[in-house]
Design a protein around this ligand. Structure first.
Ligand SMILES: Cc1cc2nc3c(=O)[nH]c(=O)nc-3n(C[C@H](O)[C@H](O)[C@H](O)COP(=O)(O)O)c2cc1C
Length: 318
């Protein structure tokens, strides 16, 4: 079946499926596996130790695949020389850069005219319009179901996607709550030209940085197993509910503020859970779609299954 959309043409990929940035999880192994399966894999730049490691991860992806891939930047993450990190992707002539978490203007300006495709991840219609104005090649819209950092207005993917599709002329990629062929077809029905998935890719063989217990916790999750934390910091984000996130929510109720929360929401607390499997000493980001995850396939098998399911739906419709 033909899977060509504006997004596959824009990015030079076979299937309209993009692996979202995944803090401390998405390195060259996962990115190459997704690109080799026909989607767009991405390295999460700000999870590398700095420009040197980022360059080496980009070079590793190139050894593992000849297909297009992306580098994802979360703006406003501290501890790395942001401009220098973007420059590495430009010097290495990566095919795609995606940006999230702040004003994308400086990155889009820096990348302009370099032959690199740009994707901006947004969580509101106005942000999508702004990204288009600034020259982004496509927008990814993430609904409230999604894992990790979210928009401030709690808008679900089913409402946000068509709103943005109607508001901008550039292709829209739907994200948040998608993990199978049903989600892919639903997104295309809403007018999206592709999908982005985060949580589903954690429970794959090639997401080697994710501890087995994190993957198993995703499999065991049901639709009420996630919580939105960090609302009090105006930076809501969805994680698997556990004692640690319950403690964070209690602290938020007590108006602990950033100083009272910082040790609980730190990268170290995140890594204690997702890298080391110390589940009572940290947290792991995840979306509501965790409830739909039942196994840990290879990325290639995941793609095959999703596409087969989507094709069955198409056949049924026709
Ligand atoms: C563990 C985890 C880490 C994430 N880290 C990033 C990140 O560093 N940069 C980014 O743009 N998005 C990040 N996201 C968001 C995803 O790229 C994607 O937009 C989101 O997971 C989509 O929702 P889903 O989880 O329902 O698929 C993260 C999501 C998760 C689950």
């Amino acid at each position: 079946m033909d899977w060509e959309t504006k997004v596959t043409r824009l990015l030079g990929i076979s299937y309209p499926i993009i692996q979202g940035g995944l803090a401390h999880l998405a390195y060259s192994d996962l990115a190459a596996a997704v690109s080799n399966a026909g989607g767009l894999g991405q390295i999460t730049a700000m999870s590398t130790s700095g420009p040197q490691e980022l360059r080496s991860e980009i070079q590793k992806v190139r050894q593992l695949t000849s297909r297009p891939f992306g580098v994802n930047y979360a703006i406003g993450q501290h501890g790395r020389p942001f401009e220098e990190m973007v420059q590495v992707a430009i010097d290495e002539q990566v095919p795609v850069i995606s940006v999230t978490g702040g004003n994308p203007k400086p990155v889009l300006q820096k990348v302009k005219g370099r032959g690199i495709k740009t994707l901006v991840l947004v969580a509101a219609r106005r942000q999508a319009e702004k990204a288009e104005e600034l020259g982004a090649d496509a927008v990814m819209v993430v609904g409230h179901e999604g894992g990790g950092h979210l928009g401030r207005y709690d808008i679900g993917t089913f409402v946000l996607t068509p709103q943005v599709v109607d508001a901008v002329d550039i292709p829209v990629i739907a994200s948040g709550g998608i993990g199978d062929g049903k989600g892919l077809m639903a997104a295309l029905s809403l007018g999206a030209e592709g999908i982005e998935m985060g949580t589903r890719f954690i429970a794959t063989q090639e997401c080697r940085h994710a501890h087995q217990l994190y993957k198993e916790a995703l499999i065991q999750a049901d639709e009420s197993s996630t919580s939105v934390i960090k609302r009090s910091l105006n930076s809501p984000a969805r994680a698997l509910t556990n004692e640690w996130t319950e403690r964070i929510l209690d602290l938020e109720k007590e108006e602990a503020g950033y100083d009272g929360l910082k040790d609980y929401i730190s990268g170290e607390a995140n890594k204690a859970f997702i890298h080391d499997g110390r589940q009572s000493e940290g947290f792991g980001w995840a979306g509501q779609v965790a409830s739909r995850i039942k196994d840990i396939p290879t990325v290639e098998d995941l793609f095959k299954r999703m596409l087969m399911e989507a094709e069955q739906i198409r056949t049924r419709w026709s």
